[in-house]
Design a protein around this ligand. Sequence first.
Ligand SMILES: [Cu+2]
Length: 613
Amino acid sequence: MKNTKDDCTQDGYPCSSLNQSRRAFFKTTGAAILAAPAILTSRKSLAQVIVPPLPPSPPTTPWQQELPVVGEPLQQTDLFAGPLPPPQGDAYTDVGEVGRAKHQRWDEFFAAPVLQPDEADLYELKVEAITDHVFHPDYPPQLVWNYVGRTESGAPHRNPTIFARYGRPVIIRLHNELPEDHGSNSTALTGFGSPEISMHLHNLHVGSESDGFPGDFFSRTKKGPTLDAPGIYKDHFYPNIYAGLEEFGGIGDSREALGTLWYHDHTLDFTAPNAIRGIAAFYLLFDELDSGDEHDANPNALRLPSHPYDYPLVFKDLRFNANGIHIYDQFDPEGTLGDKITVNGMIEPVLRVARRKYRLRLLDSGPSRFYQFHLVNAANRVQRFTYIANDGNLLPRPLLNQTRIRLAVAERADIVVDFSQYALGTELYLVNRLEQDNTRGPDGAQAPGKRLLKFIVDYEPAEEDVSQVPSFLRPIRRPTEAEIAAARVRNWVFARKNGMWSINDRFMDANTARATITKGSAEIWNLNNPSGGWSHPIHIHLEEGIILNKFVDGIEVPIPVHERGRKDVFVLGPNTRMRVFIRFRDYVGKYVMHCHNTVHEDHDMMVRFDIEE
Ligand SMILES: [Cu+2]
């Protein structure tokens, strides 16, 4: 159905904050840019011709704020007690749910059309504007947008981590409570973001209606082109099954388990400003092997360091104006590179740790910065750790005695650091040595790097550390030669076009599938970045892939050992091509592949693909 201008989704794009003009502008050719609306022409002319560099963010005194020693998981919500009806397979448009498609596989998991008590873990989140966030005490309290749940005492729980388990469904009821007007019509760079939202859980194996498709954005009055109606809330059904359900039965193939996931806003054209506004948090998924319990008596359990010694850390690069207020230029297809790195929302925080092993889950949430992390002591001497998971997927075997972690946007790395080797009072730093001076990609690494997070080895653990890192973590299913030979090959070229970013010479169109794939089939995707100037971390929704070959300047190069497991972000450096083997399983519908440099994604390096029966 064609959307009308009345519901504010002409061409399928939200009309708040100059969006329509912006889209019209961006969709034009280079010649047509000259005839674009005046305000945008002037903005774009500035961006493309003069590019006045932003002054650096005001200085901050390091190590003024402390991260919580224990990160509390989100409490469940009793969705049977609230004013809205409990979740069901079909959308409840008559009581305010958005017009989404019916949840796939609902009838396989639940006996009735409407959920019954104790059939799933239930959570309620509201995306809210919060006006008192402190990035750093040297900057004023200010506006962020967060996912907000509730603690046990009923207090707000901002960007909470959700603990989930394979075989136990989760349903998240997401409310959009953002203000419709947040100053976005101002030309100040403080008014960024779109108050319509779409929540993506990266990279759960899930039905497309719960995947946070970019065109599924909504608010009370507006909707994206791929929803049937706007609404006040949307239920997301996360069945927490392994990929391979139809092939293996049960809850799928446990070799496909994911561990470190994150949920973030994915609104068409606004992923970067909305995620950088603060709409992003962790979702940790456990199973029998990676059980989240270092005391687990099950002989199959890995007994990796577990909560509260399993600690997620998210890194974001932000830019602040002279008043210490967060700014971002969502009109510039080169975005805004941050020069202040936040760790879990704070600049240069301190984390006090016990003398024992920790599992640290590192996430680069962008929008554009790449990192090369090192753990160093006060004399900048590099420390060693164990690398156990990339992109949230446990590697077949741990990588011991590692000294660095490279992350592109949306990549994750789980590492185990043994703080028991340090005396009480020891100070250690997580540093970034990767230089980067624009949003196009990183330059080289330079010691000693920038200190982002200080650890203080602060106390003895309350009990003996019984956690371990076994020699074998999770087996991997590699494709056979016959499967590789039989796979259909698709070629995808990621390139600059008219000052924007294209895939196979075209821009994102939420209404048009550029590939149609038969459910249950496997393909080889040739991901090609022929440019010498940019890096593109390519993310493919729904499924993990395995890199078969990697070429730089046309010459095959070894695949780094941490990239030899399952991945959902494929980091294409300059002049790089990869062959990736992917199975498309268990679900049908619309999904996307995109550059996860979210500036490139928003300016339009994204493609819709559909899976069909
Ligand atoms: Cu890119």
